[in-house]
Write a protein that binds this ligand. Structure first.
Ligand code: IMP
Ligand code: MG
Length: 334
């Protein structure tokens, strides 16, 4: 199963992946996507984990945690997160991952175009992808500090799929940030759709059985770029929605659920299931609810409207920060 972001942000994906990991018990959770420009927050064991490289599914101790060869790595951040999550015995980094060097970070941060106009996260991802395309980048296998983690992720993942085991592929960045399909030039440095997420970890399209697309009940966006359903900051404040980016700390722009973008995202990602996150932030009466029947009527209408428009079942609904605050409709709807 591939888990991907539907709009621009991470849409609460960290928590959803953690829930799926604990509930479905995959043998492997493989991180795909761009690199440490992503920030995912997981609340677990009374702690708040902000992860940028390791899969958020780390909370399930039975899974091997892999970073696919398509993902950019900052070795310092990888090592820090291995320590933070105490997962050194089950982390694998593909030997072909492109390494972000300090010169890439400097380029990203000092470029008037990247930092100023596009509003990048300043984590060096764009310049590192340029280095890979120019075939001058260092790979993970060139970094002695990573030696004990090096592996062949495509081989591990396909061996596991060959045994009919569940593999969770965890994307990063929303669909709207795709270099190919997004709001160019206000996008990230790579495609972020499900096909590329599969390729990032070395899985062919015929091996993917499910694409879970995650939409927030509203839209948020960090950085510059078009945003058709954006609302004024004051309106967002009135609704009680104020957010800051996990990596950059920048205040996020907020808007209403964008049905046009969502439809296109469903189409290009080939979504088979939808998750709606942060329902509680839009419909206060839904906070902490764990069964669909107990949701307030307006929240249910909203979910049913989404299903009617997008023609894909909403199988998970998140109603709070805690991993337990999930309505799981999979046994009913699939
Ligand atoms: P870059 O990926 O750092 O080059 O940034 C390019 C654009 O993508 C900027 O608008 C960033 O704010 C946005 N971006 C990159 N990664 C994320 C993410 O994980 N969440 C939200 N926005 C992101
Ligand atoms: Mg994020």
């Amino acid at each position: 199963m591939i888990v991907a972001g539907g709009f621009w942000g991470d849409e609460g994906k960290g928590k959803v992946v953690a829930y799926l990991a604990l509930n479905d018990k995959p043998k492997i959770i493989a991180r795909a996507g761009v690199g440490p420009n992503a920030g995912h927050t997981v609340y677990s064991l009374d702690n708040k984990f902000g992860l940028r490289q390791l899969p958020c599914g780390f909370v399930y101790k039975g899974a091997r945690l892999l970073i696919g060869p398509g993902v950019l790595i900052n070795p310092e951040i990888v090592l820090k997160e291995v320590k933070l999550t105490d997962s050194g015995d089950r982390v694998g980094v593909d030997q072909r991952c492109t390494v972000i060097e300090s010169s890439h970070i400097e380029q990203d941060r000092s470029s008037a175009h990247l930092k100023g106009k596009i509003g990048t996260t300043g984590t060096g991802c764009g310049p590192a992808n340029v280095a890979r395309v120019n075939r001058v980048a260092k790979l993970a296998k060139d970094i002695p500090e990573l030696e004990r983690f090096l592996t062949d992720v495509p081989q591990e993942v396909n061996d596991s799929l060959g045994k009919n085991e569940l593999v969770l592929i965890e994307g990063s960045q929303g669909f709207g940030l795709s270099l190919i399909h997004g709001t160019y030039p206000y996008v990230t440095s790579k495609d972020t759709s499900a096909c590329t997420l599969a390729a990032d970890v070395g899985v062919g399209p015929t091996k993917v059985d499910d694409v879970m697309l995650i939409f927030k009940a509203y839209v948020s966006r960090v950085g510059e770029g078009p945003f058709p359903t954006e609302m004024a900051m004051e309106e967002a404040e009135r609704l009680g929605i104020v957010e800051y980016g996990t990596v950059t700390g920048r205040r996020r722009r907020i808007g209403a659920f964008d049905f046009d973008l969502a439809k296109r995202s469903v189409m290009i990602n080939g979504a088979t299931q939808l998750t709606i996150t942060c329902l509680d932030r839009l419909f206060k009466g839904s906070s902490g609810i764990k069964s669909y029947g107990q949701l307030p009527a307006n929240a249910k209408e909203f979910i049913e409207h989404i299903e009617g428009e997008l023609k894909v079942p909403v199988t998970l609904v998140s109603t709070g920060k805690d991993i337990k605050n999930i309505i799981d409709l999979r046994s009913e709807k699939l």
